[in-house]
Write a protein that binds this ligand. Structure first.
Ligand code: C5P
Length: 404
């Protein structure tokens, strides 16, 4: 049911636009309030009259129309929605979104929007596979934009391949899934660590690791999307800040620990950072000089274990403390031992052997170990892992229902 959920539907140009009519009908049947915006190209495929009749609302098309602006400014149009759905999302509109162009009403509303956005891409298979489209998609997804489809099959252009817009029932399911998730962690506080740490040797050199921060950032984004007030303490990464998350940038493990401590109390802590195990005992205040035949000896000391320190706190221990285990062998056994050693509730183990492509890659394969046993998750994208974890966290933190 989508009763009184306000969906702003943006219809861009493409033959799949005819499916948007069916989408509107299904959304209205479920009680959603639908307002639609059409791009100029969309007019070639469906008429504003059909869209207006099915949505039982007027249709907006023109950025510079005085009547439209006086009735409903484009800023208000985006603010008065719970979710923005772009279906079909053409390669052109996705490119404009990724770049931040605002030359027509659809693009201007998307740029001015602070609301979650769901894309249903639809285009020719070559356009979909093109590195430009994939790069734009990557940019948008890192910013938190959600996506449903496209599927593979016969395309309207006569070719076969990936680029077919998701069917209206699939888009409705994605919209319902979004509303079911949103708010599940409302009133909860979450702390996430992400990225590597950087331990200085001297003013120009450091010790670090290959962690990209992709998984930790995706988790922070998913927790925030589920309504949690989320703090992300992150080492150096090129990942953009996830929407709705307070980000604290740190470099060294000691700083990461301080920022984590200062962020308590929280209901859940997810420690996904790859914290350097050691730091250099004495950081040189000047750049170490190269001397012929003489390499400097670096004496290392152990860094604080942030996960263990949070999990073993007597005061303000989060209800749920979750750690990661990057393993290259005996994954389950090592994860079990790590869970006990660190005192955390769940360990998410992943295979980081070089051929698994986990470090810096998009995919991850998780084995979750908790007090009850072992759960093998299938290979998923890091965003899917984040979403599944957020759902499991929400279920674990939900107050148990009293027996009737
Ligand atoms: O001991 P190991 O590094 O394999 O443990 C991994 C888990 O512990 C991760 O969740 C990581 O974020 C956390 N960790 C930490 N502080 C450290 C080392 C690891 O929080 N110094």
């Amino acid at each position: 049911m989508l009763r009184d959920r306000r969906v702003l539907l943006i219809i861009s140009g493409g033959i799949a636009a005819y499916k948007s009519l069916e989408l509107i009908r299904r959304l209205r049947e479920r009680g959603a309030v639908v307002r639609a915006i059409m791009t100029a190209a969309a007019h070639q495929f469906v008429t504003p009259l059909a869209v207006a009749s099915l949505s039982e609302n007027r249709v907006y098309t023109d950025l510079f129309s005085l009547t439209e602006e006086s009735e409903m400014g484009h800023i208000r149009l985006s603010r008065e929605a719970d979710l923005v759905v772009v279906a079909p999302a053409s390669a052109d509109l996705m490119a404009r979104m990724a770049t931040g162009l605002a030359g027509d009403l659809a693009a201007a509303v998307l740029l001015a929007s602070d609301k979650p956005v769901l894309l249903a891409p639809a285009m020719n298979a070559m356009m979909w596979a093109h590195p430009a489209t994939q790069a734009n998609l990557g940019t948008l997804e890192r910013r938190g934009v959600m996506r449903v489809g496209p599927g593979a099959g016969d395309l309207a252009c006569g070719e076969v391949g990936s680029g077919r817009m998701a069917e209206p029932h699939e888009i409705v399911a994605a919209i319902e899934g979004f509303f079911a998730r949103a708010g599940r962690l409302k009133g909860r506080r979450a702390l996430v660590t992400s990225g590597p740490t950087r331990e200085p040797i001297d003013p120009v050199r450091y010790i670090s690791n290959h962690s990209s921060g992709k998984q930790g950032h995706a988790i922070a984004g998913a927790l925030a999307a589920a309504g949690a007030e989320t703090i992300l303490v992150s080492g150096p990464t090129v990942e953009p800040d996830p929407p709705g998350v307070r980000v604290i940038a740190v470099e060294r493990a000691a700083e990461m620990l301080r920022s984590c401590d200062a962020s308590l109390p929280v209901d859940v802590a997810v420690m996904a950072a790859a914290v350097a195990d050691w730091r250099v005992e004495e950081v040189a205040s000047q750049k170490l000089k190269k001397r012929k035949g003489e390499a400097p000896l670096l004496r290392l000391v152990e860094n604080p274990d942030i996960l263990a320190s949070i999990a073993r706190r007597e005061h303000e221990r989060p209800a749920l403390v979750i750690g990661f285990a990057a393993e290259t062998e005996d994954i389950v056994e090592n994860a079990r031992k790590k869970r006990v050693k660190k005192g955390c509730d769940w360990i998410l183990a992943n295979d980081v052997s070089p051929d698994a492509g986990t470090f810096g890659g998009e995919a991850n394969r998780i084995t979750l170990v908790d007090g009850e046993g072992v759960e093998e998750w299938p290979q998923m994208t890091k965003r899917e892992v984040a979403q599944r974890l957020a759902e499991r966290i929400a279920a674990a933190l939900a107050p148990r229902r009293k027996p009737e």
